[in-house]
Design a protein around this ligand. Structure first.
Ligand SMILES: C[S@@+](CC[C@H](N)C(=O)[O-])C[C@H]1O[C@@H](n2cnc3c(N)ncnc32)[C@H](O)[C@@H]1O
Length: 220
């Protein structure tokens, strides 16, 4: 089983919805009918949660892995979400400016060179679009609050494995400053915030004068 396929087991554990929650919060200001592209959508959990939270939004999913897309198709079968199989070259098969938001959850920190995919994300976003990434930090404490949030579930073993498996890449991602640099190069507003008791970091790039992410807000 490779790391991406492990995420098939993660999807239905309640802790994973807590991990993804900051992304849903960052979508809150969107107008109904806005179009969100989830790149590296895996088994489609973010789209499933996003559709429940914001029924007006339109979603498209994309991934390089057919096994994961098959899972997503099953999960999202009632919702008719377009799901695209991507090539590994970083190209996104969409028109310029097609989306209001592009999301990457636990994707960019796995790539040796995320730059081509970031450039493509910018291209397919409308001029005042928003890019959201969510990344495990490799830090954060297993507090009572987290344990209470997680509750009991047969898939909780995935939480402990996930923490171990993502720690190295998560810490490396924090040191690379990839998104602040990209935001600076493309003259965008950048903000970041920790969530899920410090276990996750959400980074938001807005191609507008000022990021509308409330930096004082706690997502944890
Ligand atoms: C750790 S999983 C996360 C899946 C999902 N975003 C989630 O949060 O559950 C990473 C996903 O990124 C996909 N992926 C890896 N490289 C990619 C690339 N270059 N373009 C698009 N997706 C990619 C993998 O196939 C996998 O489904």
């Amino acid at each position: 089983m490779n790391f991406a396929h492990f995420f098939r087991y993660v999807q239905d554990a309640p802790w994973y919805a807590h991990f993804l929650m900051p992304v849903l919060e960052a979508l809150r200001p969107l107008p109904p009918n806005a179009h969100v592209l989830d790149v590296g959508t895996g088994a489609g959990k973010l789209i499933e949660l996003g559709q429940a939270a914001y029924p007006g939004l339109r979603w498209t999913g994309a991934d390089v892995d057919e096994v994961m897309l098959a899972e997503a198709r099953q999960r999202l079968s009632l919702h008719r979400v377009p799901l695209h199989h991507l090539q590994e070259d970083g190209r996104l098969p969409f028109e310029d400016g097609a989306f209001d938001v592009v999301t990457f959850c636990s994707v960019l920190f796995l790539l040796p060179d995320p730059e081509p995919l970031l450039q493509e994300a910018r291209r397919v976003l409308r001029p005042e679009g928003r890019l959201i990434t969510l990344t495990p930090t490799g830090n954060g404490r297993l507090t009572f609050t987290v344990l209470r949030q997680i509750g009991w579930h047969p898939h909780n073993w995935t939480f402990f494995l996930w923490r171990t498996m993502t720690a190295g890449n998560g810490r490396a991602w924090a040191q690379k400053n990839t998104l602040p640099t990209f935001a600076q190069q493309t003259r965008a507003a950048y903000s970041q915030q920790h969530g899920f008791q410090g276990l996750a970091v959400i980074e938001v790039i807005d191609w507008v004068a000022k990021s509308s992410l409330q930096t004082s807000r706690a997502y944890a």
